[in-house]
Design a binder for this molecule. Sequence first.
Ligand SMILES: [Fe+2]
Ligand SMILES: [Fe+2]
Length: 215
Amino acid sequence: MKRQNEKTEASGQKPDYNEIETRLSKLQNGRRFQHTLGVTYTACALAMRYGCDLDQARTAGLLHDCAKHYSGIELREIAYRKHINVSRFERDHTPLLHSKVGAYLARVDYGVTDLSILEAIRWHTTGKPDMTLLEKIIFTADYIEPNRDRAPHLPELRAMAFQDLDQCVCGILADTKNYLSKNPKAMDPMTLDALAYYQSHTGSGENNPTEKETV
Ligand SMILES: [Fe+2]
Ligand SMILES: [Fe+2]
């Protein structure tokens, strides 16, 4: 698999999506696999809208949760064995490690050598300040894909994603902060940094863009 994908990337050919999907369908339960497919085609739609490389969006979407079937303990063990840097916050909230470990597995098990894809997988959960277009697309697709039904403001965010991606990222981060405000210790500091950046960048200030939009 690794050799094959390195070869296809080098020659400009597409990754073997069928093979990646077949592998993931065996590792992920039905609901998670449907989420994976939902993120993939939402990422592709956003890539079409914003002129991002479709193969990068499709590959990152497919693989963004490739480590999520591991338990928190397993993720911590993989990170330890493979010398993946674990922050203090991640040590206490091990499921978050599926992003970092996922980027590692995408490279080692699925042969992805494109750093921009690996970084999009790496940051898909917390976001970060000043994300690339691909990173914003995967972060957003993960939140708005059609199988999601519990987050607030989903209709507004889904519309906003195709109108103003930065405002949508800001809205997702603001809703994540609100959701986690009941349990502030569960908030990764990177999410707060990302929110501060996108509030300033979009001129939203402390306002939640989704709420501003619906007033
Ligand atoms: Fe995830
Ligand atoms: Fe996901």
